[in-house]
Ligand binder design. Structure first.
Ligand SMILES: NC(=O)c1ccc[n+]([C@@H]2O[C@H](COP(=O)([O-])OP(=O)(O)OC[C@H]3O[C@@H](n4cnc5c(N)ncnc54)[C@H](OP(=O)(O)O)[C@@H]3O)[C@@H](O)[C@H]2O)c1
Ligand SMILES: *[C@@H]1O[C@H](CO)[C@@H](O)[C@H](O)[C@H]1NC(C)=O
Ligand SMILES: *[C@@H]1O[C@H](CO)[C@@H](O)[C@H](O)[C@H]1NC(C)=O
Length: 325
């Protein structure tokens, strides 16, 4: 029965890919791109691709050594001598610091054209196991750490009547998942932020893109993996690992063509369509496709949910049995 839904979905997806008229992507050559979390993982890959396309790139993170290492690597990809690659060590969750640093860097490198928020981190665990400090850390970096850089720059973007803003959320910005209570809540918050911001800045020629990466092979993922309860591991095992270069390229291309959601792969397309809600759309064709797919996809989602719940139940029973022994 599943195949009855998956097949037409796949066909529609392929047709949509083939026939959708991609808006001409904007060029970033000679433009100033700021990437938070640019010293590692997805952010570093975004910085590398921006350098390859001739942009001036500023990377932001806290650890100075990692920043320096990344800077040397990114510089290798520059395509002309005028390109400025700069690093700034600052905590994105501190508003005054990030505002001052963005001001300073504009004076040195030039007006910021694109802000890519990639700083973020995940800690998994059951609700009762989080320390207060961990909760604060996650909310600070994942929500405030994206809100504050945007708050610091958006009035300048409005004055200039141009600018591109990217927020990096996650697949768990669309659906909750065992072990992700705090992280998922922060990423859901980014979606609400992105939809609101989109409506606020649309008339100022500013675009907003919400990236929803799947599990990606980064240093951050390796750390997150170590905190996963067994249920979380078993559930997320079903998907594979994507390369950060692929996520970064898609993120940049989607942002430069003004798409609201940026996702990689077929499973992410399904999930994004299922959770499309009241999000902004680019074309009528997109809305029609989603309208046709939504009903059947809700049925498909039931199978996924049941299989996830089965995993959680099995682990629960195993634990109970161990207790009895
Ligand atoms: N990897 C995945 O599977 C995956 C999946 C979905 C979404 N995401 C999201 O994608 C983004 C990038 O993930 P990643 O896996 O590439 O992470 P990563 O390899 O751990 O890199 C995180 C970057 O953010 C910086 N950072 C962390 N906290 C910061 C703070 N308070 N202030 C300034 N910079 C800070 C880190 O540098 P310092 O520590 O030196 O500050 C580092 O440069 C995150 O928002 C993450 O939630 C990742
Ligand atoms: C909108 O922004 C783009 C760059 O993102 C720029 O090329 C274009 O001229 C701007 N349009 C207006 C009407 O300001
Ligand atoms: C995640 O951790 C498990 C062990 O708990 C390991 O088997 C697996 O290879 C790890 N995955 C990655 C991508 O690091």
């Amino acid at each position: 029965m599943l195949i009855l839904f998956i097949l037409p979905t796949l066909l529609l997806f392929l047709a949509w890919k083939k026939f959708k008229q991609p808006k001409p992507a904007k060029s970033i050559a000679g433009r100033h791109i700021v990437v938070t979390g640019g010293s590692s993982g997805i952010g570093k890959s975004v910085a590398v691709i921006a350098a390859q396309r001739g942009a001036h790139v500023t990377i932001i993170a806290r650890n100075v050594d990692k920043l320096e290492e990344a800077l040397i690597e990114i510089k290798k990809y520059c395509v002309n001598e005028e390109q400025m690659i700069t690093k700034v060590s600052v905590d994105v969750a501190n508003f005054e610091d990030i505002e001052n640093n963005l001001c300073e860097i504009e004076e040195i490198v030039g007006p910021i054209y694109m802000l890519v928020n990639c700083a973020g981190m995940a800690i998994c665990g059951r609700v009762e196991d989080f320390t207060k400090q961990q909760v604060k850390q996650l909310v600070d970096v994942n929500f405030l750490g994206s809100f504050y850089p945007v708050k610091a720059i958006v009035s300048k973007f409005k004055q200039r009547k141009e600018g591109i803003i990217v927020l990096t959320a996650s697949q768990v910005a669309l659906t909750g998942m065992y072990g992700y209570s705090v992280y998922s809540a922060c990423k859901f918050a980014l979606r609400g932020f992105a939809e609101s911001l989109h409506m606020e800045v649309k008339n100022y020629n500013i675009s907003v893109t919400l990236a929803l990466p799947p599990d990606t092979d980064t240093p951050g993922f390796e750390i997150e993996n170590k905190t996963k309860p067994v249920e979380t591991k078993l559930i997320s095992e079903t998907g594979g690992l994507v390369k950060p270069e692929e996520v970064a390229k898609t993120l940049l291309d989607d942002a430069l063509s003004g798409k609201f959601f940026s996702y990689v792969g077929f499973e992410s397309y399904i999930l994004t369509t299922l959770c499309v809600g009241m999000s902004p759309f680019a074309s009528f064709l997109e809305v029609i496709t989603q309208a046709v797919l939504l009903g059947p996809l809700r049925l498909v989602s039931a199978f996924y949910i049941m299989s996830f719940q089965n995993i959680v139940k099995k682990c629960h029973l195993e634990r109970e049995n161990k207790k009895e022994d």
